[in-house]
Design a protein around this ligand. Structure first.
Ligand code: SDX
Length: 432
């Protein structure tokens, strides 16, 4: 019996099976149960995958107890302070920080793909003007495979790379267009002389009729928001992209599936929900009332922006965003933003409350992001679009890692069946 193993014993039959334990470079080891059903005839039941590792990845490491987030070994705090989103994209995709030449090559490659096919812009006309921008994102991103089918051989590394570049380069253009369509303003084309974040802000907020000034503080904050949302291990939307990708669907369809999964208020839709919650609370003196509602097991109300499946400590991204919020609110003349004051009071009370302490509920990435985005000028229905835009690099990097694995196999979970057992069909006039 090897020491790096676990023995499972079925006490009903006395049968035992030994499963290998695999150690990673850091974090929890895993029990390799790929042969468990073959050897034991039993499935492992784990709805929500609270104890299940779905893959072996080298991209992002999270230690939820310590509030640690690292991309290819680099702490998120350092990347947020010192790196740029484009550099972080290179790191996530290729595994190393780029040299100056590598950065220039990669940045140029992204810049050269920022425009979308003019015909793609016709899709927007099919939506109602008041369509939620996330609905447009799901549809238009999924439609990219109808235009860029010259590089959809997922087994060709070069095709995988060019499709990834197209996703990174075109999502800002598609996202900004979804906002422009919603407002009735004309689409603004990418300006390849601007940085990634500045180009997005320009496509969002400039108009053909006057000069649009991009504040360096706002542009830096935007880039930092992109970095902080870039990747996050096997979260619901990334797991969705991997599952869709395991069927060998094209990358644009997989990214569209990820956008759909991200939309839910339990996941990336929480930033929009946080702002609705803060608006509903209305004043700092009503915060305690809502904390009480969140504590009440009979009340389905949850504090949006609080809690996390993995972080049982302060989400390191929320800490960075809380500081960034102060700078953006100053720059935009909202230093006294009432919602920020409510958020700070909510955090103060929640972090002292024994319910939240016992449940290890801390502010997560969505708690402060909405306050910053609103101050910059984004409407709440664009918050999750921005999350999707930023996360696209994580999705596509994880997709590349999975598709490039020689042991790629379709993801196909099993189940515990507790429904009706075999019975015969009965003619309708014989049913009671
Ligand atoms: C993101 O996975 C990722 O990495 C996601 C993400 C990423 O970058 O991809 O980090 C982005 O999605 C952040 C999370 C955004 N969602 C929200 O802010 C929505 C509010 N949060 C909750 O819905 C909840 O905390 C989840 C969904 C985030 C996590 O839920 P879990 O892990 O399934 O935890 P749980 O629901 O089992 O909660 C444990 C307990 C429960 O109480 P009991 O049933 O044990 O009595 O804590 C309670 C919950 O009721 N609880 C909350 C709460 N979150 C959990 N109570 C009040 N308010 C909350 N926000």
């Amino acid at each position: 019996m090897s020491k790096n193993s676990m023995t499972f014993r079925d006490n009903r039959t006395g049968k035992e099976v030994e499963l290998p334990i695999i150690e990673g470079s850091t974090g929890p080891s895993v029990v390799d149960c790929t042969k468990f059903y073959r050897d034991f005839g039993l499935f492992m039941l784990d709805p929500g995958f609270k104890s299940t590792a779905s893959c072996d990845s080298k991209i992002t490491f999270i230690d939820g107890e310590k509030g640690i987030l690292e991309h290819r070994g680099y702490p998120i705090e350092q990347l947020a302070e010192k790196s740029s989103y484009i550099e972080t994209c290179y790191l996530l995709m290729y595994g190393e920080l780029p040299t100056k030449d590598e950065f220039d090559w990669f940045n140029r490659l992204v810049v050269e793909h920022t425009m979308v096919h003019e015909q793609l812009l016709q899709f927007y006309k099919g939506f109602r003007r008041d369509a939620h921008p996330m609905a447009i994102m799901v549809g238009v991103v999924g439609a990219l495979s109808a235009f860029y089918h010259d590089s959809l051989d997922i087994h060709d590394p070069r095709h995988r790379e060019i499709s990834a570049i197209r996703v990174l380069a075109k999502l800002p253009t598609i996202a900004a267009a979804s906002y422009k369509y919603y407002t009735g303003q004309p689409f603004i084309y990418p300006n390849n002389n601007l940085s990634y974040a500045a180009n997005f802000l320009n496509m969002m907020f400039s108009t053909p009729c006057e000069e649009y000034h991009i504040s360096p503080i706002i542009s830096d904050a935007m880039d930092k928001i992109f970095i902080l949302h870039a990747d996050h291990e096997q979260n619901a939307s990334t797991a969705t992209v991997r599952l869709a990708g395991s069927s060998q669907a094209n990358p644009f369809a997989c990214i569209s599936a990820g956008i759909s999964a991200l939309w839910g208020p339990a996941h990336g839709g929480a930033n929009e929900a946080v702002l609705k919650m803060l608006d509903e609370i209305g004043t700092p003196d009503r915060v305690s009332e809502y904390v009480e509602k969140a504590r009440d097991p009979k009340d389905t109300f949850r504090l949006m922006g609080f809690g996390h499946r993995v972080y049982k400590n302060y989400d390191p991204r929320a800490k960075v965003l809380r500081e960034a919020a102060k700078g953006v609110l100053e720059e935009t003349g909202r230093a006294d933003d009432p919602l920020f004051k409510i958020a700070m009071e909510l955090e103060r009370i929640a972090l002292e409350d024994e319910y939240f302490i016992e449940k290890k509920l801390y502010p997560n990435v969505d708690f402060y992001s909405g306050i910053i985005l609103r101050a910059i000028g984004f409407p709440p229905n664009m918050f999750t679009v921005i999350f999707a835009l930023a996360r696209s690099v994580g999705w596509i990097s994880q997709w590349i890692e999975m598709i490039g694995d020689d042991h790629l196999s379709i993801g196909r979970p099993r189940q515990l069946y507790s429904g009706a057992t075999k019975r015969d069909w009965v003619p309708i006039d014989e049913r009671d």
